[in-house]
Write a protein that binds this ligand. Structure first.
Ligand code: TXA
Ligand code: MG
Length: 372
């Protein structure tokens, strides 16, 4: 049986990216739930919890059997390493061999927050299941009062992937966690909707200030560039979907995550008019074939489409809103049983880059060129 603790979202509504300030009364009210959940984790259990990106499924990163339960519950491939979540920089010494100057600067600028650093692991300190046998470990400090309080209450560094079944969109509310994992995990802390909506940015940083993005996410390249001497993308990201793509440095990037049950294509083109015309023609043809059709678009265009399910990610001018709505939107298509899905591309500015990365992965890199 999966325990569900409902926390009062009002207590956690004043989240800020500059280190969330918690209403002390809120934490006192929810202290019993946090103690109980922390106790389960300390005892080797699995508990899902909100972060500022998506919900994570936590277990003690040092406990082999506990980490094993994460992989079993998610049905996750064992060569895909996990991110370790900490609430205090002092926990780093136990986990990693060293932190270079660039990494320190990044932590100062973006922790707590949606940035994950890949660091040299201290041998024997985390379960080899967490690192998938690599000599590095991915670490982040989430910017969410519930996540930080839970890590502290458990007394453990928490290994936590997104709390979805492998291959499903990441959960942005507790109900999505229960949809996928009810009965196979020990508990869920329901702290209301996650903030950013897409996962953390995963980076590696050299002593010389060079930062390589292994997975785009909540911290944008523009933000990284303010701290780093240079920001480049893992070459595997640039060639993703091509037959000659190199192996990604972040093992998880090679899997088709977030795949909706229906066939999804992203439609690109030179003008919005040609894209919309192409989408509607394809939707009409699919409807004639007896498909249940879905379209993922934006407020500016959503009204012009005829489809069985039409989902808007908000204004094209607000990529942060698109990030917040993306995963719930993809789940809506599954609920409606949609079999044929088309998505408009969005501008790859700011969080739009992470949104397009997730959308292209969900589509298995199937792109329709409206101008062809
Ligand atoms: O926002 C997030 O990062 C969420 C929340 C729950 O914190 N977590 C998350 O975890 O997205 P997960 O397991 O879904 O994704 C972890 C990513 C994968 O792409 C994995 O390959 C990469 O981090 N990763 C983990 N350890 C790594 C390592 N040592 N080297 C390179 N990549 C690593
Ligand atoms: Mg995930």
């Amino acid at each position: 049986v999966t325990r569900v603790w409902k926390l009062d979202p009002l207590h956690y509504s004043n989240l800020s990216s500059a280190g969330a300030v918690v209403d002390a009364a809120g934490l006192a009210d929810d202290a019993a739930a946090l103690q109980e959940a922390g106790g389960l984790l300390a005892g080797g259990g699995t508990v899902a919890f909100p972060t500022e990106t998506v919900y994570g499924l936590g277990a003690d990163a040092r406990n082999h059997a506990a980490v094993e339960q994460i992989f079993a519950a998610k049905g996750r491939p064992s060569d895909n390493p996990l991110i370790v979540h900490i609430s205090n920089e002092d926990q780093l010494d136990e986990l990693v061999l060293e932190v270079n100057e660039t990494e320190r600067k990044l932590m100062q600028a973006f922790w707590p927050g949606p940035l994950t650093l890949v660091l040299p692991v201290r041998p024997g300190k985390v379960s080899p299941r967490v690192t998938a046998g690599l000599d590095t470990v991915a670490v982040r400090m989430p910017d969410h009062p519930v996540a930080l309080a839970l890590i502290s209450a458990s007394g453990c560094p928490l290994a936590a992937p997104s709390a979805n079944r492998s291959g499903r969109p990441s959960p942005t509310v507790a109900a999505h966690v229960l949809e996928d994992l009810s009965g196979v995990i020990d508990g869920v802390l329901d702290g209301g909707p996650a903030g950013v909506g897409v996962e953390s940015t995963v980076v590696q940083a050299g002593r010389d200030g060079a930062v390589t993005v292994l997975r785009p996410g909540g911290v944008t390249e523009e933000q990284l560039a303010r701290v780093a001497a240079s920001v480049t993308r893992d070459p595997a990201l640039l060639r993703a979907g091509h037959a000659d793509s190199p192996a990604p440095r972040s093992p998880g990037m090679k899997y088709t995550h977030y795949a909706p049950k229906g066939a999804l294509c992203v439609v690109k083109g030179r003008t919005a008019a040609t894209v919309s015309a192409k989408i509607q023609a394809e939707l009409d043809a699919a409807q004639d074939r007896g498909e249940i059709t879905g379209v993922l678009s934006y407020d500016e265009h959503i009204g012009i489409y005829r489809a069985d399910v039409a989902v808007s990610l908000g204004s094209l001018a607000a990529p942060e809103e698109a990030a917040r709505r993306l995963y719930a939107g993809l789940r809506q298509f599954d609920e409606a049983g949609a079999t044929f899905l088309l998505a408009e591309a969005c501008p790859e500015k700011g969080l739009g880059e992470a949104v397009m990365n997730r959308l292209l992965k969900a589509a298995g890199h199937h792109i329709i060129d409206a101008d062809a």
